[in-house]
Design a protein around this ligand. Structure first.
Ligand SMILES: Nc1ncnc2c1ncn2[C@@H]1O[C@H](COP(=O)(O)OP(=O)(O)OP(=O)(O)O)[C@@H](O)[C@H]1O
Ligand SMILES: [Mg+2]
Length: 305
């Protein structure tokens, strides 16, 4: 290998910005739910969005995806400002899942995913009514893609099951399949592992890596810090609507303000107790050192409830 080859800079890990939100503010009457938040997400990047309950994470997603028109600020997708309309946003290439699952319960898993395809088919209302050859071609193609996506998320065997009969974890994966059916460049996941057991959570992590490997950028809201810090390239922490910190998982995990935001600052009594306990440290026999707990890594939504 030549020296020149060795000196060449490594290719950038991430591509061009897909999403650029700047100065986003969302007010509800007197309440400022999101206050001057900037977020850039690049091609191939997995961005985590964390923060305690009520921090404004879902509201920020709603601003990004056209469900809310931000009171102030701008959301650009692939360099263009998007109109605050969910359909236009989906069509542009941004898809999402919801904190409170929104599926068509009385439709099958396959049909739910096919719904996601409709924004990409050309069939007009008229073609659908007369059901000509074009309609049937597109319908067959939608069905094939929907089945492939069900296989991709591990739900291939449930295609004919009614969505409402699926276990909770499967419903979350079905929502992801439906979002993928819109052919997005960026997918936003609002608490994708809520209600999942540890095995399902691991599978969800693997699924998100595979989605990234398909070339999508991902933004994921989660309360499970172990999940977030082992999944994301960068993590953005909101507290009371404002950015507290954005950085690598390591930087965010070791920032004491993040821990305080979740568990609160120790009050004076607690500090005294801790000081007292330390004062007696030398009196206790030495014990085997324990691994330092990673700051907020064990906090799940359930823990905080
Ligand atoms: N449509 C609305 N009208 C008025 N207030 C709202 C609305 N949506 C959210 N809020 C308020 O905005 C704040 C942020 O809520 P949001 O749901 O975005 O928080 P979150 O970070 O997603 O919390 P969680 O982790 O519990 O899901 C909360 O105080 C909430 O009550
Ligand atoms: Mg939320």
């Amino acid at each position: 290998m030549s020296t020149q080859t060795l000196q060449q800079p490594a290719p950038p890990k991430f591509g061009a910005p897909v999403l650029e939100a700047s100065g986003v503010v969302m007010r509800f009457g007197g309440l400022t739910a999101v206050n001057n938040v900037n977020l850039t997400v690049r091609e191939g990047e997995i961005m985590g969005l964390i923060g305690p309950n009520g921090a404004g994470k879902t509201t920020f997603f709603n601003c990004l995806t056209g469900m809310y028109k931000p009171t102030e600020g701008e959301v650009k997708f692939q360099g263009a400002v998007l109109p605050p309309k969910p359909r236009a946003v989906v069509k542009a290439g941004m898809a999402r899942t919801f904190q409170n699952i929104r599926l068509f319960g009385n439709m099958t898993a396959l049909e739910n995913v096919m719904v996601g395809r409709y924004c990409r088919t050309n069939a007009l209302a008229f073609t659908s009514i007369i059901r000509g050859p074009k309609y049937h071609r597109e319908e067959a193609e939608s069905r094939r893609i929907a089945q492939e996506l069900l296989d991709f998320v591990g739900l291939g065997h449930t295609s004919e099951h009614l969505a409402r009969n699926l276990p909770y974890g499967d419903q979350r994966r079905l929502e992801i399949a439906r979002a993928l059916a819109t052919d997005p460049k960026l997918i936003l996941l609002d608490e994708p592992t809520a209600g999942m057991n540890p095995k399902e959570t691991e599978q969800a992590k693997d699924l998100i890596f595979r989605i990234r490997d398909k070339g999508l950028a991902v933004v994921v809201i989660e309360h499970d810090m172990r999940f977030i810090f082992s999944l994301c390239d960068r993590v953005h922490c909101l507290v009371r609507g404002e950015t507290l910190i954005e950085g690598s998982p390591h930087e965010v995990q070791s920032d004491h303000r993040v821990i305080e935001a979740y568990i609160g600052q120790p009050d004076e009594d607690e500090e005294e107790l801790v000081a007292e306990a330390h004062a007696h440290d030398h009196e206790t026999p030495p014990t085997a050192p324990t691994a330092p707990a990673s700051p907020a890594s064990d906090l799940t939504k359930e823990d905080r409830a």
